[in-house]
Design a protein around this ligand. Structure first.
Ligand code: OVM
Length: 399
């Protein structure tokens, strides 16, 4: 609908309603077709759902800043629910300094040494699940693996890891409005937050791990000691739920598209590209916000200064202006250019770790699994930012 007085496309859609989150794709289309930038009247914010505008905004960090928060809440107007992340919720020059440290620690070259451990754990887990035959793809695979390998690599203790998923749920729900999902996720915030923070100190981290490597940047003068702790918190905030949802969505895609699983088994060199296609097709991270730092013209529509902009990464991933047959899951497609990792200065710094996890798991599965059968209806795990499953009942047909 066109708002004639203000000459801007307007929508009454609530992108954080259960109805939207259960099946976002028709709503994504409506938002893309409403215009290059659309006013969401329920929240008084802008949204962009087309690939071009989402990409352009992510690249233009001077106009679309992160320091006012990358959720709906404007840190300039209301207090953040936790001390802001010094990488995600920061702009240059602070961001430049913290990002440089994590870019180095998580570079593809630096994390190559994790490959053997990631592959060994994947083989062990997959062998166990093949033996078991029937299992839950979320709890027994996506969660079990994500809670094992990355926390091990960071160097935190085994006990108490059950706090990691509730914390991630809190973090990613908090980017949305203060709705029922937020309230449920933050109901037991205190003890969970305390446990997380207790794992962020130098004393809690194993020598040689990714966490301790952050503290080594204190010794070299790049970070302060409290900043190092905050960056460990970023590992524990961003590094687990994202891969749980990503691996779960990948399994779901292959259970629903057995012919695509066959293609993968016949061409294991497609595993890397197939995971990119999963990220495009069922994006575990659906959205992030930015805040304007000045008035800006977007395709003829004027956005004011200090306004929230909801960037629909997952809608950009299915924009027919950018993709052929965007609603078809095709592991042979060139899916790079999807927006699930973002792009620009805030583009996912952990993406090489995510890819390593998926390659290890799907490398092990392609060797042992002829096909997946759904033994029940998968159920969604609704979240204000993430899209994925709560349960995925599977049976393996072994090779
Ligand atoms: C952080 C953080 C939290 C959630 C997500 C994220 C996708 C980063 O605390 O830095 O990146």
């Amino acid at each position: 609908m066109m708002d004639t007085t203000a000459d801007r496309p307007v929508s009454a859609i609530d992108p954080f309603s259960h109805e939207f989150l259960r099946d976002p794709y028709p709503h994504h289309e409506a938002l893309r077709e409403a215009g290059p930038v659309v006013w969401l009247e329920q929240y008084g914010i802008w949204t962009m759902a087309r690939h071009q505008e989402v990409r352009d905004s992510l690249i233009d960090w001077q106009t679309y800043c992160s320091s006012a928060g990358v959720g709906l809440s404007d840190f300039r107007k209301e207090p953040p629910w936790r001390p802001p992340s010094i990488i995600l919720e920061a702009d240059p020059p602070l961001h430049t300094r913290t990002r440089a440290v994590l870019t180095r620690i998580l570079s593809p070259a630096a994390i190559r040494i994790l490959r053997d451990m990631f592959e060994r754990e994947a083989e062990l887990l997959v062998a166990r699940l093949v033996e078991q035959r029937e299992f839950d793809g979320v709890a027994d695979l996506a969660e079990a693996y994500s809670l094992k390998v990355f926390p091990d690599a960071v160097g935190i203790s085994e006990d108490g890891r059950e706090n990691l998923l509730p914390y991630g749920s809190m973090v990613f729900n908090s980017f949305g409005p203060r709705n029922d999902l937020f309230d449920r996720a933050t109901a037991n915030a205190g003890p969970v937050r305390d446990w997380i923070m207790s794992k962020c100190s130098r004393a809690a981290l194993a020598p040689g791990g990714l966490g301790m490597q952050i503290f080594e940047a204190v010794d070299s003068g790049e970070l302060s000691e409290p900043e190092a702790g905050m960056l460990v918190r970023s590992f524990l905030s961003a590094g687990i739920d994202t891969t749980v949802y990503g691996l779960g969505n990948a399994l779901y895609c292959f259970a629903r598209h057995p012919e695509q699983w066959s293609i993968l088994r016949e061409n294991p060199n497609l595993i890397r590209g197939a995971f990119e296609e999963v990220l495009r097709f069922e994006a575990p991270v659906q959205t992030f916000f930015r805040t304007t730092t000045k008035t800006v013209d977007v395709a003829g529509v004027r956005l004011g200064d200090g306004e929230k902009v909801l960037l629909f990464l997952a809608a950009a991933n299915r924009d027919p202006r950018r993709w052929d047959k965007p609603d078809v899951f095709d592991v042979r497609r060139r899916a790079t250019g999807h927006m699930t990792f973002g792009t620009g200065i805030h583009g996912c710094v952990g993406q090489a770790v995510a890819r390593l996890e998926s390659e290890a798991i799907f490398g092990a599965l392609t060797k042992r699994v002829a096909s997946f059968e759904l033994t029940g209806e998968p159920t969604p795990r609704l979240n204000n930012t993430l899209r994925g499953l709560d349960t995925l009942p599977l049976r393996i047909v072994p090779v």
